[in-house]
Each structure stands twice: as structure tokens, then as C-alpha cells.
Design a binder for this molecule. Structure first.
Ligand code: AKG
Length: 338
């Protein structure tokens, strides 16, 4: 901890709103029952066993042991693990239930909409080349839609500074969209730490949550334990604000909503009847990132490597994809700039 405590007990929603307004983030203790998040974790562990050949131990605090021998299989099976974590109807029910609803309503001062996407994650310890930690970022440029959007991040076991809690940067949500620099992380970009105050790292128990605004910088976790860090994040916003069409997609996955909702009894496709006004995804931000990755790649900047790879794989424009491919094929990024 940094000496300041941004945590509150569940139920103290007035204080939660005060801290959230001032800091852009608040840690809510005991927001949900530990058994609930442990069930989501168990579903993911079952998928780890079935698809990644995992046969490690569950340690005190709910930590999941893992060795580097498992890393590749973990990365290969990630879709199965993610879809298993997303498909828990009871967890969804609690996100719509009275306690979470009252909390979010107090923070946004409006009627609440629960975003369909939930993001279960596993973060292996050390430097796993296939599953790297997110860089420090704000959600807004990626997710767009409401400026009052909120993320609620739940660890699925006890976490602290070594096991990879999610760092957040209090007070920075008022700065608007912060500039990005190229970085070797899954998105290829990050907010430079020089622009930020010291990260806030809370020690948390299963059932606690970090709640933060869509402009609050976060990410860049470091897992120096010998275990997997497992978490799930969920998003909320006012029903009356606009939402990006991308919030209803499952981008990059081979599974769809039918698979997630297959065994659900009542909540499947809950968002079809009641949802905010849907607006198109504004591509200018990603187009800027693609152009920059190409410009920096042509200058043979090594830190542009990951951003270029993403441009090559995901750009909507065939010419841009081909340009990124050509730069990467020239040997640049393998330590021999072309
Ligand atoms: O769990 C992490 O490491 C990253 C989470 C994140 O980026 C998010 O909640 O938006």
C-alpha cells in the first residue's frame, strides 16, 4: 500500500461515491461473496485441467500454482478458459442484483446498465511471452461510449503487490485521454509512467473489487509470485448514455454469445430488450495507432514491434496490413532493423 487507503466496507456507498468522485477509483471490500468468485475460478480451473493439461495445486488464499512447462498450453487454451469464466449465470445475476446495483447507481447517479462482455483473465508469473500483462492504459479510447462508464475488477483469489493486483492511478481520471507511447505489451501501447503518480496497489481478498472510471489509468500488473493471477472484470454505465456497438461483440474469439448463454436459464441475452442507445465504434483512434506503428516501424524503432504485429493482424485496411507485413518481413524487430 502507499500509505493512503482508498478502500471501504461494502454497504458504505456514500463514502464509496465520495472517494470515487475524488480519485476515480475505490476498493470495495466484500462486495460479493468469496464463494461466488471462487466458483468462477473453479470453472476456469476445470478448463485449465481439461484443455491445458494443468495438474498443479490450489494453495491457501485460492492461489493456483503453475510452472513454465504449462505456459504454452495455457496460452493455447486461453479461449476455452475465458469462455468458461464468462459463462457463469450466477455471477451475472449478482452483477444485476441489489448490492452491486446500489453501489454503481450511487457512483453514476443514474439507472444502471451492465455491459454484456465480462473479461476473465489469467496472468502467469514472470515473463510469459504468450500471456503478457496489459500496459498502463485508460479504457475510454478502446471502449468508447459513455464517459461515465465504470469497470469493476474482481480478483478470483487473494492478491497483493507480488501476486499481481491491478495497479490504479488515483486522481488521474480528470486528465482526459492521456498520450500513449509504443510498448511491448498485448496492445502495443502504454501511457508513459512519467505522466503518472505512484500506482496504488491494494491487498485484496476474494470477493473484494476495484472500481474505477473509464478515464482512470490502470494496468501494468507485475506477477512476481510463482502462481497464476486470475481475475474477471465487468463494466457498467448509465442506461441513458450512449454505448458503442463493440460492447455487444466478442472480438477475436471463435465462440459467440450462444455458447456463453447455452446453459443459462433466464439471463441469456438480457441486453436485447433494455439497453442504451447504440452508436458506431469510432475507428479514428485505432487508425492513428496503426499509422504511428507504421511510421515508427519504418524508422526501425524496436518498441514498435508489437504494435506493428497487431496492425498486420487486425487492421481493417488491406493496404495497411500489407505495409505492416512488409516492414516486419524486412527483418526489423528481430534485432536486425531493416
Ligand atoms: O487484469 C489486468 O491485468 C488488466 C485489466 C484491465 O485492463 C481492465 O480491467 O481494463
Amino acid at each position: 500500500m502507499n500509505g493512503i487507503d482508498y478502500s471501504i466496507a461494502a454497504g458504505d456507498f456514500v463514502e464509496a461515491a465520495r472517494i470515487y468522485r475524488e480519485m476515480g477509483c475505490v476498493i470495495v471490500k466484500d462486495l460479493v461473496s468469496p464463494a461466488l468468485v471462487q466458483r468462477v475460478q473453479s470453472r476456469m480451473i476445470d478448463a485449465l485441467r481439461a484443455y491445458a493439461g494443468w495438474d498443479g495445486d490450489i494453495l491457501p488464499g485460492g492461489l493456483v500454482s503453475v510452472g513454465p512447462d504449462n505456459y504454452f498450453d495455457l496460452a493455447r487454451s486461453i479461449e476455452r478458459i475465458v469462455s468458461a469464466g464468462m459463462a457463469d449465470e450466477e455471477f451475472e445475476r449478482v452483477l444485476h442484483g441489489p448490492v452491486v446495483n446500489r453501489l454503481i447507481r450511487n457512483l453514476i447517479g443514474d439507472e444502471v446498465f451492465v455491459h454484456p462482455q465480462k473479461v476473465p483473465r489469467i496472468l502467469p508469473p514472470g515473463d510469459c511471452p504468450w500471456l503478457r500483462p496489459a500496459g498502463i492504459h485508460q479504457d475510454f479510447p478502446e471502449l468508447q461510449g459513455s464517459e461515465r462508464q465504470i469497470t469493476v475488477w474482481f480478483p478470483l483469489h487473494d492478491v497483493d503487490g507480488t501476486t499481481g493486483v491491478l495497479p490504479v492511478y488515483p486522481g488521474m481520471h480528470r486528465q482526459g485521454v492521456l498520450p500513449l507511447t509504443l510498448a511491448e505489451n498485448p496492445s502495443g501501447w502504454a501511457i508513459s509512467e512519467e505522466l503518472l503518480p505512484r500506482a496504488y496497489l491494494a491487498s485484496m481478498r476474494a470477493g473484494d473489487a476495484i472500481v474505477f472510471n473509464t478515464f482512470t489509468p490502470h494496468g501494468g500488473s507485475v506477477n512476481t509470485s510463482g502462481n497464476l493471477r486470475m481475475s474477471i472484470e465487468c463494466r457498467f454505465q448509465p442506461l441513458g448514455d450512449q454505448i458503442s456497438e463493440s460492447a455487444f461483440e466478442l472480438p477475436g474469439y471463435s465462440f459467440g454469445w450462444d455458447e456463453i448463454y447455452r446453459d443459462w436459464s433466464t439471463l441469456g441475452y438480457y441486453w436485447e430488450g433494455r439497453r442504451p442507445e447504440v452508436v458506431p465504434y469510432d475507428r479514428r483512434w485505432e487508425e492513428w495507432r496503426e499509422r504511428e506503428s507504421i511510421r515508427m516501424g519504418r524508422l526501425a524503432l524496436p518498441e514498435a514491434h508489437q504494435a506493428l504485429r497487431l496492425t498486420m493482424q487486425w487492421s481493417r485496411d488491406a493496404g495497411t496490413r500489407a505495409e505492416a507485413r512488409e516492414i516486419l518481413a524486412s527483418g526489423y524487430g528481430e534485432g536486425q532493423p531493416g
